[in-house]
Ligand binder design. Structure first.
Ligand SMILES: Cc1cc2nc3c(=O)[nH]c(=O)nc-3n(C[C@H](O)[C@H](O)[C@H](O)COP(=O)(O)O)c2cc1C
Length: 332
């Protein structure tokens, strides 16, 4: 399955069967969704949400950490992401993530929320290339797996230094860069900057993954043709549509597009719910599942009522009833 756009890719020592990857998303890319993205979508790499690098005396044995780092062999290879700014703390968490099963460690230099900016983490690191170098060096010394960096084009429009940050990362051991082709102040919905992306790609020898609106084949073609990137990282659009990866790959390799049947959508919804409940428990699992459910049913008749009913569910029994009613009325 090799074409100009879709091909295998090596991230350091880790071989990806294809170069279409799932982006890290807090609250979404837990093991349940990653497994589905891999098994149903066939993406080349899945990514965990960011995991905070806490001070060594903070407990990493919390339930949250256990959930964040849970992985299963069927989803591999999996990248797990470190969020922080203190090199030794980042190294410590990188080691724990690798120990938990991460095949690749990723450093978050892109999160634009206020808390990240105030703490000097996430996109705030774009203002400190030297610090990025120190963190990457410490993480590389702590793990035997590849380390990569996910970043933006810059902290803001006036400070677009992705090339410099990329150099600092690569000189200190990073083997790939994932570039969200916007700055930290650009909202989703603004156009991505392909020229900026091209400049980063041209400046480095390591693989560059393009991120930001890569959910349509035309954007992937442009990222390859105009920026020469090596792969693509897809976030929001994958949340409710795990078939997206497979359809993008089909579209770019001349394959047939896949339109899941209603029965398949229901089966997958139920399978997804089962894994979520086993991970998070019944009540929390129901709340978490709300985020994904609507997508499985998007465009189907009666989805508005289903959506309203689904917002009320608090148990497996209620889930089963609401899902049966919805899919039952579709059959009839
Ligand atoms: C709900 C949500 C959570 C996110 N969490 C993370 C995260 O934990 N780490 C990270 O590097 N980026 C995170 N991102 C950013 C995405 O990885 C990605 O860069 C962004 O959504 C742009 O890609 P897209 O257009 O394909 O969605 C998050 C985005 C969303 C919408």
């Amino acid at each position: 399955m090799t074409t100009a756009y879709i091909h295998p890719l090596d991230i350091g020592s880790v071989h990806l069967e294809n170069n279409v990857t799932l982006a890290p998303m807090a609250g979404f890319t837990n093991v349940a969704f990653r497994l589905i993205a891999k098994q149903v979508g066939g993406c080349g790499l899945v990514a965990s949400e960011m995991v905070a690098a806490l001070s060594p005396d903070a407990s990493h044995n919390s339930k949250r950490f256990a959930i964040q780092t849970r992985t299963v062999p069927e989803e591999k290879p999996v990248a797990m992401q470190v969020y922080g700014r203190e090199p030794s703390w980042c190294a410590d968490i990188a080691q724990r993530l690798h120990g938990a099963g991460a095949d690749i460690i990723d450093l978050n230099c892109g999160c634009p929320v206020k808390k990240a900016k105030q703490s000097g983490s996430g996109v705030a690191l774009m203002r400190e290339p030297e610090q990025v170098g120190k963190i990457v060096a410490a993480m590389c010394a702590a793990v035997t797996c590849p380390v990569m960096v996910k970043m933006r084009l810059g902290f803001d429009a006036e400070n677009q230094n992705a090339i410099e940050v990329g150099h600092a990362a690569v000189e200190n051991g990073a083997v790939a860069l994932c570039v969200h082709a916007r700055t930290g102040e650009n909202k989703h919905g603004t156009d991505i900057d392909l020229a900026g992306l091209a400049a980063v790609k041209e400046s480095t020898t390591v693989p560059v993954l393009a991120n930001g609106d890569m959910h349509v084949a035309e954007n992937i073609r442009r990222a390859k043709d105009e920026a020469g990137v090596d792969g693509y990282s897809i976030g929001r659009a994958a949340c409710g549509d795990p078939w997206l990866f497979r359809n993008l790959i089909a579209e770019l390799t001349g394959g047939e597009l896949y339109n899941p049947s209603i029965v398949e959508r229901r089966d997958l919804l139920e399978q997804h719910f089962d894994i979520i409940v086993s991970l998070f428990g019944e009540e929390r699992g129901c709340r978490i599942m709300r985020k994904y459910t609507f997508f499985y049913c998007n465009g189907l008749p009666g989805v508005r009522k289903f959506r309203n009913d689904f917002m009320q569910i608090k148990s497996v029994e209620q889930f089963n009833k609401v899902v049966s009613n919805f899919f039952g009325q579709l059959r009839s």
